[in-house]
Design a protein around this ligand. Structure first.
Ligand code: A2P
Length: 275
């Protein structure tokens, strides 16, 4: 059974979810989603950008799991930011996902041009109860502070790249203080961290895999984590993380693995300057 975290608006969100980025092949997607449901995952993280909302919607519907048991996150695609275009895009996402409400809707990347308009559209969708919670992704401290100058609804979540080589401790501390839940994308560091010697030693001690140790580190840090895998065995393994815990010392050792060059993804303000 996967623990939940209570978001700042009272919504309960599973702390461990399944990321579906790059899962677009029908058969592989079906195998992955079925395996994920079977392994206990109830939260699924997609985005308009991933181009698989319709596929995910169809597979979840066909799975027969009650909608209320599932928690679906999606994100507004960058070129669709802005007030009207966001409302239109999310209407399409609702149709594609075959749901009446989205559980968590995120701004995929901070936009320079449409920074406040997108959020105003989110607030409207939230008021209209078409989304249960609204949040952001790839927002750094200065983005959150800027948003706060005009927002009526505080983001419930900030989803960003976090893993042992890119621990984001300052941002995590800030979000915690602000009551904004922290969610990690690429929580395994796209594989690089998986072969780290320190992680390997801890894994060996518990008879667990490096991925399981890293997921434990996220969970014990209070982070919401959405590992992705297209390998059925790994999908199950990544959810099998409740039978052991890391010591405080091991948590600190992993916290200290942060590296200057640990980021794998884009710097938010650099890559998406144009939107
Ligand atoms: P695969 O899909 O072939 O199973 P991240 O979420 O940090 O971006 O990492 C995703 C990558 O990590 C994918 O390439 C995935 O490979 C791999 N991965 C996921 N879970 C595990 C695991 N338990 N052991 C090893 N590799 C894993």
């Amino acid at each position: 059974i996967i623990d939940t975290v209570k978001l700042n608006n009272g919504v309960e969100m599973p702390q461990l979810g399944f990321g579906v980025y790059l899962i677009t092949d029908q058969d592989k997607a079906r195998a992955a989603i079925d395996k994920a449901l079977d392994s206990g995952y109830r939260a699924f993280d997609t985005a308009e950008f991933y181009r698989n909302e319709a596929l995910l919607g169809k597979l979840l519907r066909e799975s027969g799991y009650p909608r209320n048991d599932l928690f679906i996150t999606t994100k507004i695609d960058n070129p669709l930011q802005g007030y009207d275009s966001t409302l239109k895009a999310i209407n399409q996402s609702l149709k594609d996902l075959q749901v009446e409400q989205i559980d968590l809707l995120l701004v995929h990347w901070p936009s320079k041009k449409h920074f406040f308009e997108t959020w105003k559209a989110f607030e409207r969708l939230y008021d209209e109860k078409l989304v249960h919670a609204i949040g952001v992704s790839n927002f750094e401290i200065h983005h959150i502070e800027k948003l706060a100058t005009k927002a009526n609804v505080k983001p419930a979540v900030d989803q960003m790249e976090i893993h042992p080589y890119f621990t984001q401790s300052e941002l995590r501390g800030y979000l915690k203080k602000e009551g904004i839940a922290v969610e990690a994308w690429s929580p395994l560091g796209r594989g690089a961290v998986l072969s780290d010697e320190t992680i390997g030693k801890i894994a060996e001690k518990y008879g667990k895999s490096p991925a399981q140790v890293i997921i434990r580190w996220h969970l014990q840090s209070g982070t919401i984590v959405i590992p992705k895998s297209q390998t059925p065995k790994r999908i199950a393994q990544n959810a099998d993380v409740y039978g052991f815990s890391l010591t405080d010392e091991e948590m600190q050792v992993i916290d200290a693995m942060d590296r200057e060059d640990g980021r794998n993804g884009p710097v938010p303000d650099e890559r998406y300057e144009e939107i």
